[in-house]
Design a protein. Structure first.
Length: 401
């Protein structure tokens, strides 16, 4: 199966975190066909392929496999129609691209064993979107069973022009914290709010006040994003409910800013509940959390040179407020991380662009990751993603002398 057909197959059959059984099976099949020793079921549904080619270092190439609970609206002939428990599922973040390019790189490295020496660890990771996949694979003995790498390499497709890679040294992707907040009120009739404690009003006050963390508590030279992605409360118009639930997403780069932000959320939520006369304190539960992905500067420069020889343009995209748990693999193994953006937008969308500002404006106008309209172009994205991952691996696997 060529890469384009492989990609379309994966795109049509998305699976949610820790349920990527079909995707894992496809990845395992393709890695075995490329000559890798393959182990399935690592950290749940993770797949590890090992290709040994003489003495030398070990390069870990990582791709995440999971999809999102999103209804695809691209209109593509290979669009997902998958529904799981009444929830539509789609590859709206591009992890199907990541798996396809990893398979492409695995094939290329296996076919050209005279050009490198050492060991390739091909890691297909589950559950990146819910922040648990990397940790689960580590807990299942990833490095004890398959060896510790000398570098962790990977890429994430983004709506920048195909033919462009974005690599930033230092903090590259933000830390992520997801919180579930339950506000307790006292239900009653909608016509008699004085006899109730309204958790909906309480929730509204919390949402508004949380926005002051970025605008009034964190320095303008630092970065924090606090997003309330969901509010759940009530059933009908004339009933004041007992409870309201908020789901929060927080992004930071600096550990001190992260700590201060989490403390501010706790303070604000409890203070608003007290101000509203809540009958009992709110509950704040951490759903997921993982640190910023930090690219090692020396390793990034070494890899940048290889990438620049394989793909037309390599730029510094600046810090990305999106998050990635790939950094867990580097931190837990003690290896440097190099993780970059892979352009996946149709280059024709940028025809006539004459400045960086013009390019940025066009990127902002395109459907981004997690949009139901997000659709990387197949050509040349897959070939360039494969070339980038292959070149990066070879930069760390020199021929033995």
């Amino acid at each position: 199966m060529d890469l384009a057909d492989l990609y379309r197959d994966l795109h049509q059959h998305p699976e949610l975190g820790f349920a990527e059984t079909r995707t894992a099976g496809v990845a395992a099949r393709e890695l075995r066909a490329a000559g890798f020793e393959v182990t399935e079921g690592v950290g749940g549904t993770g797949v590890v392929g090992v290709l040994r080619n003489g003495d030398g270092p070990t390069a870990l190439l990582r791709a995440d496999m999971d999809a999102l609970p999103v209804k695809e609206k691209t209109g593509l002939p290979y669009a997902s129609t998958v529904v799981v428990d009444d929830t539509p599922v789609a590859h709206a973040c591009g992890h199907d691209v990541h798996v396809t390019c990893l398979i492409g790189a695995a094939r290329a490295l296996s076919a050209d064993r005279t050009a490198w020496s050492g060991t390739v660890l091909a890691v297909c990771q589950p559950a990146e979107e819910i922040g648990g996949g990397a940790t689960a694979m580590v807990a299942d003995g990833l490095f004890e069973r398959f060896g510790r790498p000398d570098v962790v390499l990977g890429q994430h497709v983004a709506p920048i022009p195909a033919g462009v890679l974005g690599l930033r040294a230092g903090p590259a992707f933000a830390a992520a914290d997801s919180l579930r907040i339950t506000l307790h009120g006292r239900g009653g009739h909608g016509s008699r709010p004085e006899a109730a404690v309204d958790p909906v009003v309480m929730a509204a006050q919390v949402v508004t006040r949380l926005q002051t963390i970025a605008s009034r508590e964190i320095a303008a030279t630092d970065t924090v994003v606090v997003t309330v992605g969901a509010i759940h409360a009530g059933t009908v118009a004339n009933i004041i409910p007992d409870d309201a639930e908020l789901l929060l997403s927080i992004r930071t780069y600096d550990p001190k800013v992260r700590e201060r932000t989490l403390a501010a959320v706790d303070r604000i939520v409890h203070a608003e509940a007290t101000a509203a006369g809540a009958p009992k304190p709110p509950e704040i539960t951490a759903e997921t959390g993982f640190p910023a992905a930090v690219n090692d500067p020396e390793a990034a420069e070494r890899t940048r040179q290889a990438l620049a020889a394989a793909v037309p343009i390599v730029v510094d995209p600046g810090p990305v407020t999106g998050s990635e748990d790939v950094g867990v693999l580097a931190t837990e193994s003690g290896a440097p991380l190099v993780y970059w953006l892979l352009g996946g937008a149709d280059p024709a969308e940028f025809d006539g662009a004459t400045s960086i500002d013009d390019i940025r404006a066009r990127v902002a106008a395109l459907p981004a990751n997690h949009s139901p309209l997000f659709a990387p172009v197949i050509d040349p994205t897959l070939d360039l993603g494969t070339a980038a991952l292959t070149a990066a691996a070879k930069a760390w696997l020199p021929l033995a002398t």
